[in-house]
Design a protein around this ligand. Structure first.
Ligand code: FUB
Length: 444
């Protein structure tokens, strides 16, 4: 891979942290383990980097861990490096092998589990643990790795009876070990999980739903590549019964994931590499997941809308629509930073964007980032559907051409509170088939 390629990838990274999908755009992130602690949503991902000049990275180049929390419903806060590879007491220096981690709370403590390359060369990866009183650290790292297991992708389950289980991938299979009360040692021996179909597997993540254990995992089919599959059991250590896929293959890269219930909604976190175009520089994403009546999981389709509820002062990126009718999306041009826009907006075309957080209704204006090469038209913001309550109306004026972007604003006509779905309806006075290009909206 040439340096020129990496330079252009670096330029593509956008600094905003309030994206929908991918969730984080100022750096590459992968293997997202999402956790809800005391009502707050955290992500413990791994970190892909572009190898420094002269560094030959083993597969991925992964030197450290950052972590993130969800703020204001749509903004991901980056806590910076919480563990660097050269701080791992038992780790090999500069091995760049800090693969998928997890963090779990037991009692008043948070336990962070991570794989790294051991300096004693006893295995490809060992799994270490650190303890903290806070979900954001600092963690006190154990001097040695957990004895009796070797592998990657630790995924933890704390059962209702207080017993904890460590799932991981090793020897091309999935394994599980019960943990001792101190969470730092295994209790008995790790076992190979029974009931997982043939094919390479990794990234085990187990959660409980209606009394059953759901083991989800990355599953590689020879003809399809990486998918996300799941299996169910009455026992945390199995045997499990395979149920099918949660997500089909979405590209050439790995697809490591986690599942969490946040504010009553199930969310699947996963990764892909659409910003870089290179499957070793990945970006974390999230989409809602649903169960069927019989307890099986509906397949999740990757979207750019993702999750998140932008509120006052945050960008509502309408190119990440829930529904689009008669308009298109494309890359922005001209004097605008890199991003996407809604374009080819014909008479009565529309874009629906779910979950905008109007809060207590204190917003009095709405801003829009637009470009237009024509003069006569307007676009309306309505609640719910195309004929819903009109809350704002933006006149469209010539901005100096389609590549010339301006921020315009208009009053909010009726007070709106809480989380609402909005629809942008484009109206032309004389039938133009390009009314306006729209990048984002914002409540003010
Ligand atoms: O990110 C490095 C490795 O790739 C993870 O440990 C696997 O799950 C796969 O995503």
């Amino acid at each position: 891979m040439s340096n020129k390629f990496f330079t252009s990838v670096a330029l593509l990274l956008i600094t905003s942290l309030n994206a929908q999908n991918p969730l984080v755009t100022h750096m590459f992130t992968a293997d997202p383990t999402a956790r809800v602690f005391d009502g707050k949503l955290y992500i413990y991902p791994s970190h892909d980097i572009i190898p420094k000049e002269g560094v030959k990275a083993p597969r991925f180049c992964m030197p450290d861990y950052h972590m993130f929390s969800l703020e204001n419903g749509n903004t991901w806060k980056d806590y910076g490096v919480i563990l660097d590879q050269n701080e791992v007491p038992w780790g090999k220096k500069d091995a760049n092998g800090m693969w998928a981690p997890d963090c779990i709370k037991k009692g008043d403590n948070y336990y962070y589990y991570y794989p790294a390359t051991p300096k004693d060369s006893s295995s490809f990866r060992r799994i270490g643990v650190g303890v903290s009183k806070s979900p954001t650290g600092p963690f006190k790292w154990e001097k040695n790795y957990i004895k009796g297991i070797s592998g990657i992708d630790p995924g933890l389950l704390l059962d209702d009876d207080g017993k904890a289980y460590l799932y991981y991938a090793g020897d091309k299979t999935l394994k599980v070990a019960k943990l001792k009360d101190n969470m730092k040692k295994i209790d008995g021996e790790a076992i190979k999980i029974q009931g997982i179909p043939a094919g390479y597997v990794e990234g085990p993540f187990t959660f409980k739903y209606k009394g059953k254990y759901y083991l989800t995992f990355a599953h590689v089919f020879i003809n399809e590549g990486y998918t996300i599959g799941y299996a169910i059991s009455d026992n945390p250590m199995g045997p499990f019964v395979y149920q099918g896929k949660i997500m089909d293959n979405i590209g050439k890269g790995t697809n490591h994931h986690s599942v969490v219930n946040y504010n009553g909604k199930w969310i699947l976190f996963y990764h892909w590499w659409e910003i870089s175009g290179f499957n070793k520089l990945r970006s974390i994403r999230a989409d809602y997941m649903e169960f069927k009546e019989n307890g099986t999981i509906k397949k999740v389709k990757p979207t750019i809308r993702g999750i998140g509820a932008p509120t006052i002062g945050e960008k509502i990126q309408v190119d990440r629509y829930n529904e689009i009718d008669g308009a298109k999306t494309a890359f922005v041009g001209g004097n605008e930073p890199i991003g996407w826009m809604v374009c080819d907006t014909k008479m009565m075309s529309s874009v629906k964007f779910n979950n905008v957080d109007f809060g207590d209704g204190s917003a009095t204006k709405m801003k829009a980032r637009v470009s237009s090469g024509q003069r006569i038209g307007h676009f309306e913001i309505r609640i719910g559907d195309k004929k819903g309550k009109l809350i704002a109306d933006f006149p469209v004026k010539y901005t100096g051409g389609w590549n010339n972007w301006q921020t315009i604003e208009t009053p909010i006509l009726k007070k709106v509170t809480g989380i609402q779905n909005i629809v942008v309806v484009f109206v032309s006075e004389w039938g133009a088939d390009k009314i306006v290009n729209l990048n984002w909206l914002e409540l003010k």
